[in-house]
Design a protein around this ligand. Structure first.
Ligand code: FES
Ligand code: FES
Length: 168
């Protein structure tokens, strides 16, 4: 059955007609052309498809598109500012070797961003817990955890920017 939904996508009010069985991943990639959100396993195992819905990290491959009606969705495309400046978490991944092949990176960065919105000063265990559902085949995770820690703590003031960014 076709259904019209309205939601905020990366800061833009968006109206789309969807089918009830579509996943959010299908809607984003196949219908809206937002290819930054990756499809890995398609079954909730790898985290490559992670996006934020109302500030919480979710697996878009398991999340029905109909469920984003009236909600706020942020994908990797929505993190950088309008002038192209990278989000602090993106910068930290680039600067600290958190990205190698990059396939896991959008999902990993979305999980990290959701964590830092909830907890601006995470301990290492908090970081590990937040990215437990995100599989990386390249980095060994050390650089990723380091990147997330530095995104939160690298400079005085960065923590506030990370937390506030999505609401600007
Ligand atoms: S593609 Fe969604 S968890 Fe792997
Ligand atoms: S950087 Fe290659 S899978 Fe994570």
């Amino acid at each position: 059955m076709d259904r019209e939904i309205q939601f905020n996508l990366n800061g833009n009010e968006t109206t789309v007609v969807i089918k009830d069985h579509w996943t959010l991943l299908h809607l984003l990639r196949e219908e809206l052309g937002l290819l930054g959100t990756k499809e890995g396993c398609g079954s909730g195992e790898c985290g490559a498809c992670t996006v934020m819905v109302d500030d919480l990290a979710v697996n878009a491959c398991l999340y029905l598109a109909v469920e984003v009606d009236s909600k706020k969705v942020v994908t990797i495309e929505g993190l950088a500012s309008a002038d192209g400046e990278l989000h602090p978490v993106q910068k930290a991944f680039v600067e600290n070797g958190g990205i190698q092949c990059g396939f896991c990176s959008p999902g990993m960065i979305m999980s990290a961003t959701a964590l830092l919105k909830e907890n601006a000063t995470p301990e290492e265990d908090d970081i590990k817990h937040a990215i437990a559902g995100n599989i990386c085949r390249c980095t060994g995770y050390v650089q990723i955890i380091d990147s997330i820690r530095k995104a939160a703590r690298a400079e005085e003031g960065d923590t506030v920017r990370v937390v506030a960014w999505q609401d600007d």
